[in-house]
Design a binder for this molecule. Sequence first.
Ligand SMILES: [Zn+2]
Length: 354
Amino acid sequence: MEALAASDSMGLVRKGYESAESEKARTRRAGPRGTARPRAVRTGRTAAALVLAGLIAAACAPSEERAPAHDPSPDARNAAPDEVPGSGDLLSVPARALAARAERLRRAPSVRQAVARRWGLRSAPLAPPPPPTVKPVLTTPEGLRRGAHDPADGLPHVITRVPTDDRVIFLTIDDGDDKDPRLLRMIRELNVPVSAFLTHSLARDGYGYFREMRDLGAGIQNHTLTHPYLPNLPYERQRREICAQQDNLERETGVRPVMFRPPFGGYDHATLRAAASCGIEVVPLWTEEVFPERTEYRRGALDGRFRPGDIVLTHFRGPAHWDGDMRDVLRRLLDQATEEGFAVALLEDYIEAP
Ligand SMILES: [Zn+2]
């Protein structure tokens, strides 16, 4: 466990073994699994799948590139969600975002290669396979449990990787402090799937940035109100840190998260009970952490290579925090992934929606 506290090193993770009985009852009454998720989002995912299927089918036919090969960036701008064919007002936010991603995938390989080189990559990132129609069954490894973790108790699964044979890794970006517009451009032009785990106190002055990211297909997930070390707090305070941020994110981005990452990777049994009561289904930790100048391997295989389903962590940070910027982080991650034959996929695509 200690490895998980690494870059956020605020102390060791402690174990909590509080009784789950009263909370189990509350959890059942509250019906956290799915009931908190707006119907529009569920409908949106279905519509998005249909649109995506249609666009992927269309992509198999030869198509004209709208952008000249020498400067592909206008094409990327043209692929803004509102301008994707068939993605008008009738589609929900996630449907439009997925349609935009599918549209960008239609670009010819030569254009993708040119875009990659312009961002300083050695070669174009590999495209991920289609999202699995049957989502992987998650379990919480023994070492990540905090006391009783019966499948019937409604606690979210704690994972550091997704069980899949697909050669994919997942990029998750935490906090929300630095809001570099170049990261948005890079995500858009290189079609990089990311999941943003947002802390209200850090993201609140610029939720518009994350709405743009959402429109590019990014997942929006929960990383508390104020980024505390949760095991130091009583249950009710923990619950407020998670539930109130669910409300903030739904209001600001239209997305009510199903995933929650505890700050510093620190959690106890109360954290998991609190998260469940707020509608959280999965608590993804991470396997690797990527910085502008290095990648750190936290657990499992420490041989410096990715494994299928690895969850990779980084942070919204800039030169004020570390030696480099988000472009360096993405370059490092994408080049390494491509070299090892991995694509970056969207974590949300591998998680069962309620
Ligand atoms: Zn954090």
